[in-house]
Design a protein around this ligand. Structure first.
Ligand code: ATP
Ligand code: MG
Ligand code: MG
Ligand code: MG
Length: 477
């Protein structure tokens, strides 16, 4: 079953059951507590909090999401992407658990001929929040899941909250058993590779108070109504339905992966490290493409930085596979646009713009690599001349800080020269820099800023100020 069909089926199922289909919101979150939309419910948060009236008490959507915290998992696990699509059904004060649970079960287990996903019942496991006996009752009595396939879990896994303050509630998750070749027996509590989490049903009924912790925070009280928020991972469903090992091998991502392999002359499935790189490239190119299409531009902070990091990691991984030429990103972006174009026709319409942004970032990073390489060569020469075998931490730091040279690149190039890198020294300098940045941020918050320079501007003591922003862009100088 194609990815686009997974979305169509999901939305169709809930539309037939009285849900209004709401188009995906932009990845750029309206919510000030978030940089990027990371779950299907984000655009609906004001409805849950009772701040706005929903267009309908029953809604369904396929929402574009980016989860930056998952970036290190990409390519290494079978199930994490930075960009993915979350399918969801939502009830704002309409139905609650007693309806959401049977809906989910029906869609997953109904045969494919009859519009469902056709999962065999015995492959499905569910988890519930610690003391949520009501949910256990519904899964067991109403739906018929045997008790030994219902597991209880704590705050970390089965209590969902979004934003501070924001709505929250216990959740219940559905896992698909991929079989003994994927890992240990014993349900999702024992092994989340074998038991793939596909769907999270959140029983949104409280408002959470402030606190940094994910597992320990005050509950302010009940929301205006009891609500349902669910999130099913489209890519994970596609992986199961297409009978492939991981999300990177599903139809859309595979096209990018396959082209990346072709462009770098790499065979997928031969060597673990190369496979990870190909999977990272496939995910990141698609992610970058979707972010640019939503108006994000590479930059040095906020979502611009997320985008820059994602694009540069793609280029880095291409280089690791021997793909060093300019223009590779252009080719791969074109494939991502074509692959996602059926679901997102705006990508095809704005392809020229997307290419302009990504090509420019590729140019600038390749330039960084060229300049950095010259500095790197000098550092190597100095180290050798001094009879050393280890590149100093401050040199690695300077390469990173001044020339935007990622540490893994420095490490790899040093090892090609038979040199070590003082990583510990590098990390210490990074820490010190972070501390300085934190202190600056604190000073800004507390107002401990040196504003004397503003006086000079105001009194003209610093000379005439010539605003060149209209003629020069940042970084042109
Ligand atoms: P995991 O435990 O596997 O990291 P999660 O519990 O963090 O997933 P939820 O926050 O419950 O995920 O999100 C709802 C659904 O969205 C998940 O059940 C999964 O199908 C999908 N999903 C979550 N994170 C990702 C991701 N990084 N890539 C692809 N799909 C994802
Ligand atoms: Mg997760
Ligand atoms: Mg989980
Ligand atoms: Mg989950």
């Amino acid at each position: 079953m194609e990815s686009a069909e997974v979305a169509r089926r999901f939305l169709g199922f809930f539309e037939e059951r009285g849900h209004t289909v709401v188009p995906s919101a932009s990845l750029v979150a309206e919510d000030p507590t978030l940089l990027l939309v990371n779950a299907g419910m984000v655009p609906f948060k004001p409805y849950f909090l009772g701040q706005r009236t929903p267009p309908s008490p029953r809604m369904t959507s396929a929402q574009k999401c980016v989860r930056t915290p998952d970036i290190e998992e990409v390519g290494k696990t079978t199930r994490h992407a930075t960009f993915f699509q979350m399918l969801g059904n939502f009830s704002i004060g309409d139905y609650f658990k007693e309806q959401a649970i049977p809906f989910a079960w029906e869609l997953l287990t109904r045969s494919r001929d009859e519009g469902g996903f056709g999962f065999p019942e015995e492959k499905l496991w569910v988890t519930v929040f610690n003391d949520d006996d009501e949910a256990v009752g519904l899964w067991h009595d109403k739906v018929g899941v045997p008790l030994d396939r219902i597991q209880r879990r704590g705050m970390e896994d089965n209590f969902w909250s979004m934003g501070v303050p924001g709505p929250c509630g216990p959740c219940s998750e559905i896992y698909y058993d991929r079989g003994p070749e994927y890992g240990r027996e014993g349900g999702p509590v024992a092994d989340e590779d074998r038991y793939l989490e596909v769907w999270n049903l959140v029983f949104m009924q409280y408002e959470r108070g402030p606190g940094e912790s994910k597992t320990d925070f005050p509950i302010l009280g009940d929301l205006p109504s009891k609500n349902i928020d669910t999130g099913m991972g489209l890519e994970r469903m596609a992986a199961i339905l297409q009978g492939v090992d991981n999300i990177y091998e599903t139809d859309t991502l595979w096209r990018v992966l396959d082209r990346a392999a072709g462009l770098t002359g790499t065979r997928y499935g031969r060597e673990h490290r190369a496979d990870v790189s190909l999977r990272v490239i496939a995910d990141h190119v698609r992610s970058g493409t979707m972010m640019v299409a939503d108006g994000i531009r590479p930059g040095n902070e906020g979502r611009g930085y997320v985008l820059r990091r994602i694009l540069r990691r793609s280029i880095r991984n291409l280089r690791l596979l021997g793909g060093e030429d300019a223009g590779l990103m252009h080719e791969l972006t074109a494939v991502a646009i074509a692959a996602m174009g059926e679901q997102y026709p705006e990508l095809v319409r704005t392809a020229a713009n997307i290419h302009t942004v990504i090509d420019a970032e590729e140019d600038s990073f390749l330039q960084t690599l060229r300049t950095g390489t010259a500095i790197f060569d000098t550092a190597v020469e100095q180290t050798r001349r001094a009879g050393g075998a280890t590149l100093a931490g401050d040199q690695a730091f300077k390469l990173h800080d001044t020339y935007g040279f990622p540490i893994d690149l420095t490490l790899e190039m040093a090892s090609e020269q038979g040199l070590q890198v003082d990583e510990e020294g590098f990390r210490r300098l990074m820490r010190e820099q972070r501390e300085r940045a934190k202190k600056d941020a604190r000073d800004k918050k507390t107002g401990n800023l040196d504003v004397s320079v503003l006086d000079e501007l105001l009194t003209g003591a610093g000379g005439r100020v010539d605003f060149i922003g209209y003629r020069h862009l940042l970084g042109d100088a």
